[in-house]
Design a protein around this ligand. Structure first.
Ligand code: AMP
Length: 305
């Protein structure tokens, strides 16, 4: 049985100070599943799209060995749409539009053969839907969860119920501050861990990511890139690389979780090099490992040097 990924599939319109794209492929589940597909298969996606979702996107997912049989296609329905605009420093963005469309009526159904999945990634969607997914799981899965300001502001009570039931929460720095009502990230991480997840990963865009678990704080850099084209999906690509590596190694020890954070950063760095999912579409595990090794060289130092 492979990884189970539940989240959004979207048509995104994105503007940076340098370029823009209209109705490009996006969505949390999309980025997570393509990113995870480089580690080990099969990757199973559960989500919903409308009749207007281009068939070529489904074919692209399938070409990455992503099983889309859990994808609901609503006849006459409109796919989820999101639009965002990045500022000059590209670490900050404004959401211009969130159109839930088919997500408003979505009732996620986890196919029988996936209910016992051992590795589950709840991508960024309504926490009410995340709870419905958790209720259908059997056994004791390792659950990684992502969310965003939209849900922290709009559905905080439901989100807190989700947090009680997940192993890892991945969020960005501003979302951590918003959720904990605390400006200091170390204090915020402690407060969020008290809400449930044993491990929390706080992403800081081009400044890397911080991992907090019971007795460990681990700081991972971001890969230094001269050209960032589109930061959209970086967080989701991180989550895909993170869970993909844990699934491949079947090891959720703290030491291995640190390595998974570096694989997450590796996948995020590929994602931002191009618009939409393009930066993730033509990779190989060899290229992923090469960049992972560059991270090792970049962060290793000797007191005697
Ligand atoms: P990230 O840049 O990693 O935060 O993820 C951006 C992706 O999340 C985009 O492709 C959007 O389509 C998707 N997204 C944005 N807002 C939401 C939302 N409220 N619910 C689900 N997915 C969303």
């Amino acid at each position: 049985m492979g990884i189970l990924i539940v989240g959004s599939l979207a048509l995104d319109s994105v503007a940076t100070p340098f370029h823009s794209v209209e109705e490009a492929l996006g969505g949390s589940a999309t980025y997570i599943s393509i990113s995870a597909s480089y580690f080990s298969g099969p990757v199973n996606i559960v989500g919903v799209v409308g009749e207007d979702f281009p068939q070529r996107y489904i074919e692209m997912l399938e070409s990455h060995n992503i099983d889309v049989s859990g994808l609901q296609v609503v006849q006459g329905g409109k796919t989820f749409r999101w639009s965002g605009k990045y500022h000059y420093d590209m670490n900050t963005r404004d959401t211009l539009l969130t159109e839930l469309n088919v997500f408003e009526q979505f009732d996620p159904v986890i196919p029988d053969n996936l209910r016992k999945s051992r590795f589950v990634c709840l991508g960024n969607i309504d926490p009410v839907l995340q709870l419905k997914v958790l209720d259908q799981l059997e056994g004791d899965p390792f659950v990684v969860c992502d969310t965003m300001n939209y849900w922290i502001e709009g559905k905080q009570d439901e989100l807190k119920k989700v947090l009680k039931r997940v192993n890892v929460l991945i969020i960005n720095d501003s979302e951590a501050r918003l959720l904990a009502h605390e400006p200091n990230l170390i204090k915020a991480a402690k407060m969020i861990r008290d809400m449930g997840p044993q491990t929390i990963i706080i992403k800081k865009g081009e400044h890397g990511a911080l991992l907090f678990s019971e007795d460990v704080i681990f700081s991972a850099p971001a890969y230094p890139l001269e050209m960032i084209n589109d930061p959209t999906g970086a967080g989701d690509s991180f989550a895909g690389g993170f869970i993909g590596y844990l699934f491949k190694t079947e090891d959720t020890s703290t030491g291995n979780i640190k390595k998974a954070v570096i694989y997450g950063s590796t996948m995020a760095s590929f994602c931002v090099e191009d618009f939409s999912t393009k930066g993730l579409e033509n990779l190989s595990y060899l290229r992923v490992q090469d960049r992972y090794r560059e991270f090792l060289t970049m962060t290793r130092f000797d007191e005697l040097d």
